[in-house]
Design a protein. Structure first.
Lengths: 211, 470
């Protein structure tokens, strides 16, 4: 499960997600953007593309209808030219996220079973592998420890702008742990990124593998 | 199982099956270990001789008169199933199975044989330590049921080392003798037929009052959650520290998920150990230092440290080591500072870290300074550093004298006493592990052990520690 589907699924389960719709035409995109309110982000939606940035599939901070229309045309255009063999579902129109980017994920280990991961997003997870793990199920105090264990935790404690809603992150971690406990059919999950601002954590993108 | 293990680890009688008079048999060495200082009955079993190690020998276990609590088995692998049946029929409480050649070998026959003995053990409800183990040493009750008699030389104390490897027991056991680490148990679980980490952990926490700290050496487990769940259920009862070998960083390289590709076995172990309240250490030295400190000292209530040093350099490196380890120099209260100022002339640095140089020839003042900083409410622990120099020859001996009348320190004191061999040996021995003091070789190791005391204290209370990885 990817993109809009994964986000809709998570929202239904009560997790905080950025408002997202799939648009299949330029008019559709403009309408959805107006419904969400500006600014918005557009994202390529294709079951064949994992890294949307590399496929030139993201336009962020679009401030009005004309920017949305232009963005839609650009994404669809370059996709059709560069990767004609791949399938296009449409373009996701998403509420603009803000704050610190973090990753929340789960995997199923052969020996340990389901485990939960937390880390800072972007370069911290990719290059530094600055992440912490806990076995599922876990408690609220474990979630707190997971955050404190990160080498880059000061990014969460003293971000350059505003404060970070750490209790919201804690709630999300505990919530995912509980959710996975009741859904053993879920084998792997990346919530990446999750935006954490001074008022809440919002899942921006998600991938879920169900057995 | 728990009731039986009590008798297995402190048996009133031991049968050695495969006991031998010839040096090239393991049964010879087991007999050597048991005829040393064990006070129970020893029954050598050997169908070919009448006397083994000067003791009357029996042709079979059936022939032994009376109860046998523990059977140590050192016969060839193919004879093990019949031997276990004999143990079951005799009502033996448990077995140390030294014999190797089970699932640890390449030949599939080993795995099959291990399945067979597991079944026999189940049939009689017989706990088996091993197979493929050197045995165990219970220093608290004076039982050396292993093939290495020299382990009996380890001092009796509160450290239980439970290892997946016999080699690590030999590495740590002899270092323990050298470094004055006092143990309650030293045990290799071998192939862990039916006595595994969770069973031993439960025994040590619930039934073994002599054990104050449990040190685990883990290589890999089929079902790690069982150990972690047991540790979690026992959380806060006794400190548990673990050295996990096999630090593969590799996650699932086939995974298309970030999480899956980052979920390396060691990364998960790290998190899981903390979750279970177990302190992870990353080396033999740290394992032993930490175990010794826990066994000897009170746990600190916070991170404020006083550094007392007779020489400036060692005090400086100890102070430097504090912050990266998650500790800090404490700030003395005015009252404490006045007490120190009364004891030290102003030619010394009298704030923390305290330069005790001018008091170096006066052990009474040294002890008084130590007491003053321990009494300070901002001090949670003390690093005490004393290097020998010809002129302070009498310092260590003098401290021993003044310590005799002192009460145990209620805050941890980790000390370094460095001197040429033969000069301070006796006083160092007299000071180490007494009255809340642990002695370690270097200031850096002293600080690391102190930091681990603080982490153990936090973990036991279910609190997170902010400074894990710095």
């Amino acid at each position: 499960m990817l993109g809009v589907d994964a986000l809709a699924f998570l929202e239904k389960e009560g997790f905080p997600v950025l408002r997202s719709f799939l648009a299949t035409s330029e008019d559709d995109a403009a309408g959805k953007a107006a419904e969400i309110g500006f600014p918005v982000t557009l994202k390529l939606s294709s079951p064949d593309v994992i890294h949307k940035t590399e496929a030139d599939g993201i336009r962020a901070s679009l401030r009005d209808e004309s920017e949305v229309r232009q963005g839609f045309r650009q994404i669809v255009g370059s996709f059709a030219t560069d990767q004609p063999e791949k399938r296009l579902e449409g373009v996701m129109v998403q509420e603009q996220g803000g704050g610190v980017e973090v990753i929340v994920g789960m995997a199923t280990d052969e020996q340990f079973g389901p485990v939960l991961m937390f880390g800072l997003g972007g370069i911290f997870v990719e290059a530094m592998k600055d992440v912490s793990f806990r076995l599922i199920p876990m408690e609220a105090s474990d979630a707190k420890d997971m955050m404190e264990e990160l080498k880059g935790r000061q990014v969460l404690e003293n971000p350059r702008s505003g404060s970070v809603d750490l209790p919201a992150v804690q709630n999300l971690l505990v919530g995912i742990s509980e959710f996975i406990t009741h859904h053993p059919e879920i084998r792997e999950m990346d919530l990446n990124p999750v935006f954490v601002s001074s008022h809440g954590a919002r899942i921006c993108d998600a991938r879920i593998m169900v057995l | 199982m728990n009731e039986k293990l009590v008798q297995v680890f402190s048996p009133g009688s031991v049968a050695v099956i495969g006991a031998s008079n010839s040096f090239d048999k393991l049964g010879y060495h087991v007999m050597k270990s048991l005829t040393g200082n064990y006070h129970g009955k020893v029954f050598p079993i050997n169908p070919k001789s009448d006397r083994v190690w000067g003791l009357a020998s029996y042709p079979s276990l059936e022939a032994v008169p009376g109860d046998v609590h523990l059977a140590v088995i050192a016969v060839p692998a193919r004879m093990v199933p019949d031997t276990l049946h004999a143990c079951g029929r005799k009502g033996v409480r448990g077995v140390v199975l030294i014999t190797a050649g089970f699932r640890e070998i390449e030949d599939d026959g080993g795995r099959v044989l291990e399945e067979e003995i597991k079944e026999i053990a189940g049939q009689y409800g017989l706990p088996i330590i091993g197979p493929n183990t050197f045995g165990f040493v219970n220093l608290s009750s004076g039982v050396n049921a292993s093939f290495t008699s020299e382990f009996s030389r380890i001092e009796r104390g509160g450290v239980a080392l439970i290892s997946q490897s016999g080699g690590i027991c030999h590495l740590c056991g002899f270092l323990a003798i050298e470094q004055r680490i006092a143990m309650s148990k030293l045990m290799s679980l071998g192939n862990r037929c039916n006595v595994d980490f969770p069973e031993v952990l439960t025994h040590l926490v619930e039934k073994d009052s002599s054990t104050r700290v449990i040190a685990l050496y883990i290589e890999g487990l089929d079902d790690p959650r069982r150990l972690l769940d047991v540790a979690k259920s026992l959380r806060g009862r006794k400190p548990i520290i673990a050295y996990k070998a096999g630090k593969s960083e590799k996650g699932d390289s086939a995974s298309r998920f970030h999480t899956g590709s980052l979920a390396g076995n060691h990364a998960i172990w790290k998190g899981a150990l903390r979750q279970a309240g177990i302190l992870e250490v990353t080396g033999t030295e740290e394992l032993l230092d930490t175990a010794k400190a826990i066994d000897s000292c009170s746990l600190p209530g916070g991170t404020g440290m006083a550094v007392l040093s007779g020489q400036a350099g060692p005090g400086m490196i100890a102070s430097d080591a504090l912050e990266p380890a998650g500790l800090k120099l404490s700030r003395f209260s005015e009252a404490t500072q006045r007490r120190i100022n009364d004891l030290l002339p102003p030619i010394a640095i009298r704030t923390n870290p305290v330069d005790m140089g001018p008091a170096w020839y006066d052990p009474k003042n040294i002890i008084a300074i130590l007491k003053a900083v321990i009494d300070d409410e901002h001090t949670d622990g003390v690093i005490f550093l004393a290097m020998y120099a010809s002129a302070n020859l009498n310092l260590a001996e003098g401290m021993v004298e003044y310590m005799k009348a002192a009460d145990s320190f209620q805050k941890p004191v980790i000390a370094c006493f460095t001197a040429p061999p033969g000069i301070w040996d006796e006083p160092i021995e007299a000071l180490d592990r007494k009255k809340g003091v642990a002695i370690l070789p270097t200031p850096e190791r002293a600080v690391q052990a102190m930091a681990n005391l603080w982490k153990v204290s936090s973990l036991s209370k279910g609190r997170g520690v902010k400074t894990w990885d710095r």
